[in-house]
Ligand binder design. Structure first.
Ligand SMILES: [Zn+2]
Length: 73
């Protein structure tokens, strides 16, 4: 798996509020330490949190965030 694919998966997990799983996925994929993996996820989650409700969803589904992972439950 390349880093771009990993990034997409991590973004999707973050968008779903599954940050712990995202860190785990980074560690398994890259072999990085916990600190580096956490920093990577944190950096990506800052980007994800800037997503507006009418912007494309960060999980890569192609739908608007408000109709996808940002939908109110
Ligand atoms: Zn989504």
């Amino acid at each position: 798996m390349n880093l771009k694919e990993l990034e997409d998966q991590v973004r999707a997990l973050i968008a779903q509020g599954r940050k712990v799983e995202a860190v785990k996925r980074v560690r398994e994929t890259t072999g990085w330490g916990l600190k580096q993996s956490k920093d990577y996820v944190d950096a990506l989650s800052e980007v994800v949190q800037e997503v507006g409700r009418n912007d494309p969803c960060p999980c890569g589904s192609g739908r608007k965030y408000k109709h996808c992972c940002g939908r109110k439950r």
